[in-house]
Design a binder for this molecule. Structure first.
Ligand code: PMP
Length: 419
């Protein structure tokens, strides 16, 4: 198993000069995805389907930087496009026309897009979407689906979180995913007051099996939003360009009014986009909304190269195919060792859970054994496929996963039936 001596030393340094050392879900102090003892904390290099940590350990990476790595780290075509643009300019006083080219490409590619507005992070565009819905309807309330994640802006947080004011979340309404009667009730009770409904295309929450939409769910939500005059916002920051290059709303057979993209948009270059329907374009124009780096040209060049290559490869089909091979193989590897592994969500963003393990510790142990042998899974969060993953990578992953299940079984003879 791998050792993490240099990671630990770097983390000790980080704790002295950075709040919590590594903040958010990429750090160990939240304690939800990364048991500190069994994971690396700092990487040194990344290429293709792999990264190497500061102790020199190599990983096949199924987290893909939490999504941005969609073609493979350092994809040569994306890097060439970025370098060519960098030689011309990146941040300048007025924008490059490459911004227009990227918007044209997104309008041609994304079914519900008549325009594109660029920013940097996913949260920039989910916030813009909510402001747009409020400005367009002159209403205050926003419907959220329970288990959502739309970033870290105050409006996305919970009342009891530090630094969040009551006023900032006072207009948030919450409803369960796939529950149409509850949604109908909520909309009726708040008739004429709801500006928007914001939702991920399916529920890829943490610490729960991921849930796909029930048949007809999205079509019914679309009809309800239309009849109540509510702006339907799809947060495709995580699933975007992995299910369908035309947007995850297109994948599930409906049309969003606004759709938010970020992670897979430029293979790791820093750009996000809000796309939307013609009728909301003037509203977006009317808002006071921009940022220092939002028109930088290099990420646009990278984005054009990324989306173009994803189309050439028909990458979503590849993710579905290899993702299914991987998850099917993992379920078999688990069964051969007496475990039941539950896989959920889309294969391109598969979520894993060992059944009959309410404490979740068994699952964390298995994940840790995989990581310490060079397969980077994480606990309680969906994973991400990328186009650099080969069948050889998948087969190697399955061998390691099998070995890891065997180790956990040997450690817990009390828990599992004989294989
Ligand atoms: N929405 C979803 C569904 C996400 O997964 C994320 C990021 N994990 C965000 C919004 C926020 O994006 P960012 O962290 O780039 O602001």
């Amino acid at each position: 198993p791998y050792q993490y001596t240099n990671s630990r030393a770097a983390f000790d340094r980080a704790l002295k000069v950075i709040p919590s050392g590594i903040y958010g879900h990429q750090g160990p102090t939240e304690g939800c995805y990364i048991p500190q003892s069994s994971y690396p904390l700092f990487s040194a290099r990344a290429e293709g389907s792999r990264f190497w940590d500061v102790d020199g350990n190599e990983y096949i990476d199924y987290m893909c930087g939490y999504g941005p790595n969609v073609l493979g780290y350092g994809d040569p075509d994306v890097e060439a496009a970025a370098s060519a643009q960098r030689a011309l300019e990146d941040v300048a006083t007025i924008p490059s026309t490459i911004m227009v080219e990227f918007a044209e490409l997104l309008v041609d590619t994304v079914a519900s897009a008549d325009w594109a507005f660029f920013a940097k992070n996913g949260g920039d565009v989910t916030t813009l979407a909510v402001m747009t819905a409020r400005a367009a309807t002159r209403r205050k309330k926003i419907v959220f689906i329970k288990g959502f994640y739309h970033g870290v802006a105050p409006w996305t947080q919970k009342l009891d979180y530090p630094g969040v004011l009551e006023e900032e979340v006072a207009n948030n309404l919450y409803v369960d995913f796939n529950n149409l009667p509850a949604l109908e009730r909520l909309l009726s009770e708040n008739r004429g007051q709801i500006a928007g409904l914001i939702a991920q295309p399916y529920m890829h929450g943490n610490f729960v099996d991921n849930a796909l939409p029930a048949a007809g769910y999205w079509q019914a939500v679309r009809a309800l939003c239309d009849s109540h005059g509510i702006v339907l916002i799809i947060d495709d920051v995580r699933a975007g360009f992995r299910l369908d290059l035309a947007g995850s709303d297109h994948f599930f057979g409906f049309k969003a009014d606004l759709i938010c993209f970020c992670k897979a948009l430029a293979n790791g270059y820093n750009v996000s986009a809000l796309c939307g329907t013609e009728s909301l374009k003037d509203t977006v124009s009317s808002l006071s909304y921009t940022g220092s780096y939002w028109m930088s040209a290099v990420p646009f060049a990278a984005g054009i190269a990324t989306v173009t290559k994803l189309k050439e490869l028909d990458a979503p089909a590849q993710f579905a195919r290899l993702g299914t091979e991987l998850t099917t193989g993992l379920v078999s590897a688990a069964a051969e060792n007496g475990f039941t592994l539950i896989t959920s969500g889309a294969p391109a963003l598969f979520y894993l859970r060992i059944a009959d393990d309410d404490s979740l510790m068994l699952h964390q142990e298995w994940v840790a054994e995989c990581v310490q042998r060079g397969v980077f899974f994480t606990s309680h969060h969906n994973h991400f496929m990328n186009a650099a993953l080969t069948r050889t990578d998948i087969n190697h992953t399955l061998e390691i996963a099998h070995e890891a299940f065997g180790i956990v079984r040997a450690r817990h003879p009390e828990l599992v039936a004989t294989a």
